[in-house]
Design a binder for this molecule. Structure first.
Ligand SMILES: *Cc1c(COP(=O)(O)O)cnc(C)c1O
Length: 376
């Protein structure tokens, strides 16, 4: 079977290999069979290995859902009674975490920083000092809305100095930018199969400290479907997901994990970086400007400012590229109109060169001046 290859430059789902796509086509199986449980067991261990977690101290818990389910689960499950969450917020995904706290009625502090700057460590420390009831600190590793990289190791060191638990949304770095769960001072990180693993949507997972999960058994129960301890306990006692898993997606993830380890952590990261560099080179040739200072970018997402040209129309440019197999994506910043080009997925620098050929054509077809211009 020949499957059309689309180059997805959106921030996930990412372009997958054909072998991962085809891995979903398997004989029907009931996921309560031992064969399926043994695949899940190995998968849970492999997910911990990706962030170099020691299997005697770290575990992973799988859920059926998109990546946001992980943020929901960590926040609602890991907060002891009478304690507070601190969200270190410089972008759309940490704002989502703050909204989750709001929906659950959790006491929380939304510590906001500008979207184009890293959070200020002194301000975080002062907040921890002033609020000794903070038991859980959450932030985002790579704010996918802008592409900024947050200093999680430094934030995590502060969090631990003040005795709190550190949850990090690593959805857009996991299995791309190398992470060491222990050295990076992370208690819980998380991701979804369709991003760094380059598999299918529908499976999300939290990797974290087993002792803390066990301790959370006594914390207030705020959700049934989205409770970390309940799902962990079910996995440990039965080897299965509590409720029906996304069976075919899991077969694709198995294949994607094999391909991840075959490519290798460092080689994969270098490939993503080469795609990122190619994106920057192409943008520079056409005169486009970045939103985030280059040295703060995580190496995976580029936020590009709309040019000041009356003929610029993102939708038209998007459609032109889309019809030719390249997907670009709108931005997620309220103060500035941007679009995004991402280095996720099974793509190479050559795909990016091809993309810029098409983007240039689109600019010419719609009479957008090249190089593009900005008023200031
Ligand atoms: C993609 C992503 C998510 C998950 O988003 P869903 O729409 O639920 O898949 C969460 N956090 C970050 C940082 C992401 O990039």
């Amino acid at each position: 079977m020949k499957i059309k290859r689309n180059i997805l430059l959106n921030p996930g789902p990412a372009t997958t290999t054909d072998t991962v796509k085809m891995a979903q086509v398997v004989p029907d199986i009931c996921p309560r069979e031992k064969e399926f449980a043994s695949m899940m067991k190995k998968m849970r261990e492999d997910l911990v290995r990706i962030v170099h977690g020691d299997l005697s101290r770290y575990t992973s818990v799988l859920f059926c859902g998109s990546g946001t389910i992980n943020i929901d689960i960590c926040l609602n499950s890991l907060l002891p009674a009478g304690k507070k969450v601190l969200v270190v917020n410089n972008g759309a995904y940490s704002t989502r975490a703050a909204e989750i706290c709001e929906y659950y009625g959790l006491p929380f502090i939304d510590l906001k920083f500008p979207v184009d700057e890293q959070p200020d460590l002194d301000t975080i420390e002062r907040t921890l000092q002033e609020h000794p009831d903070i038991a859980l600190v959450h932030t985002t590793h790579n704010e996918t809305g802008t592409g900024i990289l947050n200093p999680i190791r430094e934030i995590g060191a502060l969090v631990h100095r003040y005795g709190a638990v550190f949850t990090v949304d690593t959805t857009s770095t996991y299995a791309m930018r190398p992470i060491d769960i222990e050295k990076d001072n992370i208690d819980f990180c998380m991701a979804s199969a369709q991003k760094g693993l380059m598999a299918m949507t529908g499976l999300s997972f939290i990797v974290g400290n087993t002792e803390i999960i066990k301790k959370s058994a006594d914390y207030p129960k705020r959700s049934y479907y989205c409770n970390l301890y309940l799902q962990y306990h079910f996995f440990e006692t039965t080897g299965e997901m509590h409720f029906t898993p996304p069976v075919q997606t899991i077969y694709a993830v198995r294949q994607a994990l094999d391909e991840y380890f075959a490519e290798g952590e460092e080689a994969k990261w270098q490939r993503h970086l080469s795609v990122f560099e190619a994106i920057h080179a192409g943008l520079e040739r056409l005169g486009f400007q970045d939103l985030i200072r280059r040295e703060l970018q995580a190496g995976l997402v580029v936020s590009v400012k709309y040019p000041d040209d009356t003929n610029w129309d993102f939708e038209k440019v998007h459609d032109y590229c889309y019809e030719r197999g390249f997907t670009i994506y709108p931005g997620k910043v309220s103060t500035q109109s941007t679009f995004r080009l991402c280095a996720l997925g099974a793509i190479t620098a050559k795909d990016i060169e091809d993309f810029f050929g098409v983007l240039k054509e689109a600019l010419q077809v719609y009479s957008i001046k090249i190089p593009v211009s900005y008023e200031k």
